[in-house]
Ligand binder design. Structure first.
Ligand SMILES: [Zn+2]
Length: 126
């Protein structure tokens, strides 16, 4: 199961690099390179912080991230899209990883056919 519908849960163990120990308290991990909501949160944080060096660094980091494109199936923004798979050859259309993985499971279950793993155009960026 992917993360899309899981809600909030304790996904990551956070280790302090200086002490080598797990940190105490609650943390929230973001992956802005591939998650539009995470990128929006990071932009909001950069706007809100009083740490000017951090603000500059965060905006510089955001500048390096790939543009999002819209998936032709779900309409959601994604940094990685693939050409359609063999059972859905829509010429000129592009499919996100989530739609690909959904279709892969559906075709395995319904027809016993595996469309194979997601292969983003231009290679993996995540
Ligand atoms: Zn999609």
């Amino acid at each position: 199961m992917g993360d899309l519908n899981k809600g909030l849960y304790n996904k990551y163990q956070i280790i302090n690099r200086e002490t080598g120990r797990e940190v105490e308290g609650d943390y929230f991990v973001l992956k802005p390179a591939t998650d539009p909501a995470a990128r929006a949160a990071l932009e909001a944080y950069a706007e809100a912080t009083n740490n000017e060096n951090l603000k500059v660094d965060l905006f510089a980091w955001l500048e390096t991230m790939p543009e999002f494109s819209e998936c032709d199936w779900c309409g959601e923004p994604a940094v990685e899209l693939s050409y359609p798979h063999m059972f859905d050859l829509a010429i000129g259309k592009r499919m996100c990883r989530g739609c690909w993985d959904h279709d892969r499971e559906a075709y395995k279950g319904a027809y016993g056919e595996d469309i194979g793993p997601f292969h983003p155009i231009g290679g993996d960026k995540a």
